[in-house]
Design a protein around this ligand. Sequence first.
Ligand code: 4FN
Length: 432
Amino acid sequence: MTAFTVVTILPEIVEGALGAGVIGRARVAGTLDVATVNPRDFTTDKHRSVDDTPYGGGPGMVMRPGPLLAAIEQASARVPGAHRILLSPAGAPLTQARVRELAALPHLVLVCGRYEGIDDRVVTRAIDEELSLGDFVLTGGELGAAAIVDAVARLMPGVLGEPASADDESFSGALLEYPQYTRPAELDADKVPDVLLGGNHEAIRRWRRGEALRRTARRRPDLLARHRFTAEDDKLARGVPELEVGARVSIALCHYPVTDRTGAIVTTAVTNLDLHDLARSSATYGLDACYIVTPIESQREKCAAIADAWRGEGKEYRLDALARVHAAAAIADAIADLKLRHGADPLVIATTAAADRFPGAVPCTPEKLLHELHGTTAPALILFGTGWGLVDSMIPEVSRVLAPISGRGSWNHLSVRSAVAVILDRLLGLRA
Ligand code: 4FN
């Protein structure tokens, strides 16, 4: 059982947060040990001051090291094996994985800052770990400390009513929860899904798993990217737009209309390397198609010749990639092909290394684009330029433009093969 000692100048906040509900009851019953230690009780001046002005100037006050260090020392001695945590925006964001690890420790001392922060020597001398609840401004660490006590305590035996309900909830696995309903079965015209009213437990389990996958895709694509799909998940995903985004995304490598180094509108040559690598990236991320756009017929024939050469080799993994490659005479032809095959106009997205191109298109990131695709069943076509980039005035179908890929520097001449890989990975890549 983990004991908790919260070091705070405002114990009322911690008591208020941890005095009611299952946590409050467990404390009264003696299955949960939560105490507070107040640095103000360790002051020696007549004003009992816990703060002072910052060295070097600046706004606000800083917590004095003396009373805080004394309070942490006494708190740590209350139960053996203290692990001292500072709640701080500089800490690692708290996760359920870390909560589970903390639940194995005998004593957590949770130190709360106030004012503008605490004297840094307290951190270097008396803190083992810094944790944060997230990226927002708080007036103090107390609510973070209360959150950690709540999250850790609910994993301890005897704190929750049923032990089964402790760890099968959202974030323990990688998926959000399926939607829950209780009586009445009809709230005005709002009905509880039929499957939940029937007694088919296997059908209910399958429906819930499918809903959990769908909701996670829509609301927390970052979590879904970390989820390992089971064979059943793959089956449930089939035909669900939110879960098959890759199969609606196509790319086009455009050799026209692009500019050269002087700004003149030109047609560039198809290269063997680009074609190979884009086909392989397209297959890796499960894309619908990879269009090679060139108005020059002999260049389109070259694409077919390269494809034929692959076919000749007869290697199966290459054929998978190859099946996605289509030569097109113009961007409009690729768009027409998508419309024909999907029965809807594609969302056309331009890419550019220059932030001022495509001024009429809505700027977006791969993350925002993914969110948008979750909300539609329409296909998407991402355009990549060759040479010195796509000519923005000649592609009226473009409605979105992806922000340039960039590192810290101003030098930005990524190869188109690299740009495709980076964008596809940010859009569809797994993070597991
Ligand atoms: N906050 C940021 C950047 C700089 C300062 C703050 C901030 C309370 C003592 C820390 C904040 C956030 C999550 C404790 C925020 C947390 C705190 C937390 C916290 C008073 C000094 C302060 C992250 C927005 C860039 C005030 C962000 N989880 N300073 O809030 O203690 O636990």
